[in-house]
Design a binder for this molecule. Structure first.
Ligand SMILES: *Cc1c(COP(=O)(O)O)cnc(C)c1O
Length: 420
């Protein structure tokens, strides 16, 4: 399969083969991860990686763009159509650089910005202290209500009125509920802020009609391409026509050099796939699966932040189970269920050893799993967490065996040869 690689670098080849096995055998519940199609993967592994293309289609600084220009234009056109936006830039190397470009487009160092606090579910790049966005800008953070676990829009509005931010960020990495883009837009309008909707996690749900779209409300939409959207690792910025020159200038030459053309091509492929009826069904099934998983966990006595989920993601507070999130996550990994430990809002524990775990259904849904498999997974999660709390290694090994049994019946996209 990888003859040249195996000959040149057997060490790396061996590790990649082992990672393939891991991705096939385990149940992957990290909500930001997915399986790309074979077509997307083929596009990333091409000679497009050999080409420099600084600039934009028709306006490059290097010759030889006869095939790169139409590739990037196709990606841009598909993004515009899929998300109903005026303009798309498909060059950001990933979600974080895409967000940094937004700051460069609209802010000067020291300007005030308002974003969701990291411990409440926001992203580092929305102004958190350890991020460049929290160091070079004066960042103010909003959170969620303690009683509901949901964004406190009254707090967002009063902070916006008090601090008059240049940018207002909505979206995040651990938000289990629908984002009210219209409400954020009205706050942004009231204070003259640029509204940025960061849909990195939910882009696939938006594309598939399983989450409302920010297109009518946000000035700028930022996204990764590799989470629910199921493309290669990358980023995109979309915006109204009026902001297009500022966004494009911020990405290049403001922040980046040459675009990763092999990624651009794979983004184009993923966007084509995301426009299909099959993808719409996929997006809706992600949400149905997350709901089924939530029901299974709630029935077993688990506390979900906000009480449940509207999207692909669940945030579980394990305080009642008397096991820290990290210990639970490590035990579950040994049981073949891969998720991540995560802070919960108002977490009394430290970020490196918090009270909760975060999980989601994009990857298992890509394998064709449905509600009945979610019921098995909820049971295994419960058994695994309890085994972790009581150091029952035997139970974890037994669950791992049962997990492998199930995953064999649901070949992962691109890894079909490892099933059966
Ligand atoms: C994942 C994510 C990002 C950053 O993406 P990277 O590709 O990891 O840099 C930004 N914002 C949100 C909300 C995310 O979930």
């Amino acid at each position: 399969m990888r003859e040249a690689l195996e000959r040149t670098d057997p060490e790396i080849a061996h590790l990649i083969t082992a990672e393939e096995r891991r991705q096939a055998d385990k149940i992957r519940l990290i909500p930001s991860e997915n399986y790309v199609s074979r077509a997307v993967r083929e596009a990333t592994g091409t000679v497009l990686t050999n080409k420099y293309s600084e600039g934009y289609p028709g306006k490059r600084y290097y010759e030889g763009q006869q095939f790169i220009d139409p590739i990037e234009s196709l990606a841009v056109e598909r993004a515009r159509a899929l998300f109903s936006v005026d303009h798309a830039n498909v060059q950001p190397y990933s979600g974080s650089p895409a967000n940094l470009a937004v700051y460069l487009a609209f802010c000067k160092p020291g300007d005030t910005i308002l974003g969701m606090a990291l411990p409440a579910g926001g992203h580092l790049t929305h102004g958190w202290s350890v991020s460049i966005t929290g160091k070079f800008f004066k960042s103010v953070a909003y959170g969620v209500r303690k009683e509901t676990g949901r964004v406190d829009l009254d707090e967002v509005r009063s902070l916006a009125l008090e601090h008059r931010p240049k940018l207002l960020w909505c979206g995040g990495t651990a938000i289990p509920r629908t984002i009210d883009f219209a409400a954020f837009a009205s706050i942004a309008r009231e204070v003259g802020a640029v509204l940025v909707a960061d849909i990195a996690h939910i882009a696939g749900l938006v594309a598939g009609g399983a989450h409302p779209s920010p297109a009518e409300h946000a000035d700028v939409i930022s996204t990764t391409t590799h989470k629910t959207l199921r493309g290669p690792r990358g980023g995109m910025l979309m915006c109204r026509a009026a902001h297009a020159p500022a966004i494009d200038k911020a990405v290049f030459p403001g922040l980046q050099g040459g675009p990763h053309n092999h990624t651009t091509a794979a983004i184009a492929v993923a966007l084509r796939e995301a426009g299909s009826d099959g993808f719409k069904a996929y997006a809706h099934q992600i949400v149905k699966n997350a709901r089924a998983l939530a029901e299974g966990l709630v029935a077993r006595g688990y506390d979900l932040v906000s009480g449940g989920t509207d999207n692909h993601l669940l945030l579980v507070d394990l305080t009642r189970q008397n096991i820290p999130g990290k210990r639970a996550a490590k035990a579950l990994d040994r049981a073949g269920l891969v998720l991540n430990y995560n802070t919960v809002p108002f977490d009394p524990r430290k970020p490196f050893d918090p009270s909760g775990v975060r999980l989601g259904t994009p990857a298992v849904t890509s394998r064709g799993m449905k509600e009945s498999e979610m019921r098995h997974i909820a049971r295994w999660l419960d058994e695994g967490i309890r085994a972790g709390a009581s150091d029952d290694e035997g139970a974890l090994v037994r669950i791992a065996g049962e997990v492998r049994e199930l995953t064999r019946g649901f070949p992962a996209p691109g890894l079909e040869h490892l099933a059966g």
